[in-house]
Design a protein around this ligand. Structure first.
Ligand code: GRF
Length: 201
């Protein structure tokens, strides 16, 4: 019997590559008794990712599978990650600042069970450096998007978005900080919504 059969909660993993503030917000939100998910694993491609220590301090399994050990074998790296996911009985993945492009192998295996947060109002500004690109484009609104992960980077169906204003005098860092606050609120709300729909199927 898996833990989710005991608690009725979906067993989630969060993937991080760095500080992990979105992961922290998800883990904190999931402490609510009525939250439909529990985080059982924090996975990183980088053993130095700051969020790993925080996750371990929360009593979570916090595991790095260092991509550098696999050279150009991206799928081999993901097969090693996937073995860890299976060993922890993971049922759903939240990419939360995971800075590697996934191979079709992992995406297809987890399609419909993997979501991502992107710091822009998709379909605007797919990819990197979204805040500077938003300023350069002269947009008045910016924000964040939670979306399904599909083979095309930042192209999966949109689940939820949060807008923030672009203010006069904003730098990319100022805008990033405003978007990050919105990300932290948005991700757990979107996860709740997705899992409610999944469990109705
Ligand atoms: C977030 O803005 C996320 O949307 C982007 O990278 C940042 C990661 O921040 N992909 P954190 O690691 O969650 O603090």
């Amino acid at each position: 019997m898996t833990q989710s059969q005991v608690t009725g909660k979906i067993r989630c993993a969060a993937f991080i590559s760095g500080r992990g503030s979105n992961m922290m917000a998800l883990v904190e939100a999931a402490k609510a008794p009525d939250f439909p998910a529990e985080f059982v694993l924090v996975m990183s491609n980088d053993p130095a990712a700051g969020g790993l220590d925080w996750a371990a301090g929360q009593g979570l399994a916090a595991i790095a599978v260092d991509h550098r050990l696999f050279g150009k074998d991206r799928e081999g790296h993901e097969r090693a990650i996937d073995a860890v996911l299976e060993a922890h009985g993971v049922e759903f993945i939240c990419l939360a600042g995971y800075m590697r492009v996934l191979t079709p192998w992992l995406v297809e295996k987890w399609q419909g069970r993997m979501i991502n947060i992107h710091p822009a109002l998709l379909p605007d500004f797919k990819g990197l450096h979204t805040h500077q690109r938003c300023l350069d484009a002269g947009h008045e609104r910016h924000g964040a998007t939670v979306h399904w992960v599909t083979p095309g980077v930042d192209e999966g169906g949109i689940i939820a978005q949060a807008e923030v204003p672009v203010l006069a005098g904003d730098t990319a860092d100022m805008l990033a900080a405003r978007v990050l606050v919105a990300e932290h609120r948005l991700y757990s709300t979107a996860l709740r919504q997705v899992l409610a729909n999944l469990t109705k199927i």
